[in-house]
Design a binder for this molecule. Sequence first.
Ligand code: C2E
Ligand code: CA
Ligand code: CA
Length: 577
Amino acid sequence: MRSNGGSPVLSLMRPLPSCLEDLGVAAVVVPGTALATELDAMFRSDRGLRAVVVEQSGSFGLLTRDHLDFKLTGRLGYGRALNTKRTAAELLPAASSAMAGDLDLQSAVQAVLERPEYERYQDLLVLSATGPLVVTVSDIFAAVSAEFRHASLHDPLTGLPNRRMLEELCPDLGSSAGTPGIGILFIDLDDFKSVNDTYGHRAGDAALAEFARRLARSVGDRGILMRLGGDEFAVLLTDVDEEAACEVANGILDSLEDHFVLDGCELPISATIGLALGVDITAEDMLAGPEVLLRHADGAMLRAKQEGKRRIGRIGPRHEPAPFARQAHIRRRLPSAVDDSALTLHYQPVLDLATGEYAGVEALLRWNDREIGPVAPDEFIPLAEHTGEIRKIGAWVLDNACAQSRSWIDAGTPRNIAVNVSPVQFADGTLPADIRAALNRHGVPAEMLEIEITEGTAIADVPAVASQLRELIDMGLGVALDDYGSAYSSLAMLRALPLTTLKIDKAFIRDIDSETHTATIIRGLIQTLSALGVRVTAEGVERQEQLDLLRDMGCHTAQGYLIAPPMAPAAFETVMS
Ligand code: C2E
Ligand code: CA
Ligand code: CA
């Protein structure tokens, strides 16, 4: 693992043979007129010689030791007498075909397997620009299996080792576990999703490849680079202390100073780096191998992101890694949430303040992971948005909410359902079609579904989101702007997006019965929106005073613990019947 040439990692990084001539050994060429006795003498004097190439008026044929032996021994033992007078050209097997030097290895394997069984594993004659070569079949198979191994351990886009390489290195690292020298840098590009969304995936790929080149240049032979997936990279460092590791990390950030130029556009790309050092990990943790260290570095990166991007975060026991290691753990478990059936939807009733009847319910996601236990949506939704996992989860939520709606319709208790949708789900432009498909699948009228959107993740392309919302409204759905008044939901969004409902954040409602100016703002807001035909829902209503005040202000609907908490559908029937 240290930078010696004999390490398994470095040998894996050498250029691999790609075609037959990369494997060939220059052949011993004999003229077609050479006599069998001369050839016999050649093979006897060189035990390592497996075959010679026979040249005859510009063409070549392969004469193997086995073939000559067979000819000279003969089936009845008369071969020697019969064949000693023959020439090399006469002794050549009838059908001996040569292969081209530039034939790629997989095609060569194919060609070998198509040969008749009796000669399938015989050496090959390969014609290259530099002259005839001899290649053994076992070398071809060995090279192809090395090619597969290489492919399984490398990322095709950047050519860097992938995450599996880290596992591959485990045995090596295990021996050095607990020594202070090991460190991992976890590198995550900032807002890379918006590069993909804005410039397209091709440009995104080009940026990742360019980043990999800069990374390689800046790290040099001080560490082993890996692409962990997406926009996440890692550098495994050996023989470093904190200062040396930070120097490498700073070098990486410096290498991003110059903007990336893609298709004539200048892209500012920045990264956030998490650092974890072997010294900081308990000996017990270290036994689990470098994955633990990687998880800590991931946690350090996440914390650094929260503190502002484009920086280096460090995690050690002194830095209370637990919550951040937990975030990394959550990220690792997220992809299995849907497949493990670990997700459920709870439903919170929404009360119509004018009639005192239930107007519908809001679907709220619950995740109970078999390793981590229950994880709150506030904890995992932002991470799922960051990793993109929210697309799959969001599709699951929509499908399930529609299925629930169907079973309530069938039970004779139809209920309007509001579903939370992340801005990330608008990126592909397929959300209206996906929603239409989910409604059709379960036979649910569009009027019974509302989507709630919040600005937790910045909306990169407002016009694109607006046009999809318009399409949904035209289909008959309700569209609500969620968490209004919180940091995430702004007046700008209210103007830019077509809406049917506005949900006032619970932080505002909390103070409505104690702060007069808050009450004044809310009253004005409700009046203005009502005039515009937008319905207003108050969230987080916990006290009767709040409810009374809201009703008096003309607020249309309300939800909160005072009315009912989010509940599993089974608990529902008793409360809402
Ligand atoms: P949200 O959409 O604002 O949902 C309301 C949150 O307030 C829910 O938290 C709910 O349990 C809580 N709540 C309800 N009544 C009261 C109350 O009287 N007082 C207080 N303090 N809280 C109340 P929950 O279920 O933990 O969800 C948190 C957030 O996670 C949601 O906020 C929403 O932004 C997000 N989320 C939940 N489910 C989904 C989902 O399916 N997709 C997406 N993209 N986000 C979701
Ligand atoms: Ca909501
Ligand atoms: Ca909300």
